[in-house]
Design a protein around this ligand. Structure first.
Ligand SMILES: [Zn+2]
Length: 339
């Protein structure tokens, strides 16, 4: 993924309709006694288990489309979702990368309670970057990264969420989508700067070809780079533009579960990630939880950015922190079970 400020030309037309508040507070006939909402039992999120799922993915090696490691990991992800009780659809297609390379892409979709009309969509990309194009060692910039955080962490948290949902269903049907080919965008060493559409090829395919005709979800939440020791989640700009109410829902859940130190109230610039397309093309309001540092000096970064591991060979298990996985997992579980 990359940071990109929206240009005016790319923005869709958004019709802002003020909500109509129809009140009847002066009419005693319409007074409705407010019953306190019973406390909802939220299953525990096991951070050890999520960590193990990150490790399992990294053990395959880099998960770059058109490689055996990618195919093997796809099979494993499908088998885990089936094991947890999901109805699984694997969406296979050929998509074209920025340089014309044809990629064998697989979106892996796990549906829980598929007949339930009220649905929440959770998603993360599972492919890893084919290059370490931001690594300080220029001689290794064309080698693929392990993507423990950039791919592994979001998928690891969602697999643990899937395991819990399989044991104890929430009121809503849940769809978990592992999108492919998110991270095949134009590398920094290319002469061209590329386009937003070079990224997120799997989610763009899904938006044009949803796994079910007329698929709708009440809202979506994307996890990307959620498990590092340096995790910090400002309110992400693209999410705030399309779906500020879901951002606030998630950040309030983080406060309630004691994780407001990671989920801060600053707003970052707009980023290009799968949620851009899910919001803009599929029309499902979606928020992204992603590590981002607005104040780069505290991170030793040359400019605001995702963290010093980003698109480098440092994105390995050494930077993964169970407490970050726990913070995101517990926040997500709170949202799902209280909806
Ligand atoms: Zn990436």
């Amino acid at each position: 993924m990359k940071t990109r400020l929206f240009s005016g030309a790319r923005l869709p037309l958004v019709l802002i309709v003020g909500s109509l508040l129809i009140g009847c507070k002066d009419d005693p006939k319409h007074t409705v006694p407010i019953k306190p909402k019973p406390a909802v039992a939220v299953p525990d999120f096991d951070a050890d288990s999520a960590y193990q799922y990150v490790q399992n993915q990294v053990d395959f090696g880099p998960r770059v489309p058109n490689t055996p490691e990618h195919s093997a990991c796809a099979e494993w992800l499908e088998s885990k979702l089936i094991e947890f009780g999901a109805d699984v659809i694997v969406q296979e297609a050929k998509v074209r990368a920025y340089d014309g390379t044809q990629l064998d892409m697989k979106n892996i979709i796990g549906q829980f309670d598929p007949e339930n009309k009220r649905r929440i969509l959770l998603f993360a990309h599972w492919d890893t970057r084919p290059w370490a194009d931001k690594d300080n060692d220029e001689s290794r910039q064309r080698q693929p990264i392990l993507g423990a955080n950039d791919a592994g962490s979001g998928v690891g948290v969602l697999l643990e969420v899937a395991r819990q949902i399989g044991k104890d269903s929430p009121d809503h049907g849940i769809d978990i989508i592992f999108f492919d080919s998110e991270d095949y965008g134009t590398p920094e060493f290319s002469s061209s700067s590329g386009d937003a559409e070079d990224w997120c090829l799997g989610s763009q395919f899904w938006c044009a070809n949803p796994h079910k005709d007329g698929y709708r979800a009440k809202f979506g939440i994307l996890l990307d780079m959620v498990g590092s020791k340096t995790a910090s989640f400002p309110k992400e700009g693209t999410s705030m533009y399309f779906a500020d109410w879901i951002v606030n829902k998630v950040w309030n859940a983080a406060k309630k579960t004691g994780h407001s130190s990671l989920f801060n109230d600053e707003t970052s610039g707009a980023t290009t990630d799968d949620h851009l397309f899910v919001n803009r093309e599929a029309g499902i309001p979606s928020a992204c939880i992603v590590e981002y540092h607005i104040s780069p000096l505290t991170m030793g970064l040359p400019s605001p950015g995702y963290g010093s591991f980003h698109h480098t060979h440092n994105d390995n298990m050494d930077i993964i922190d169970k407490e970050s996985l726990r913070a995101v997992g517990e926040t997500l579980m709170h949202v799902i079970y209280n909806e």
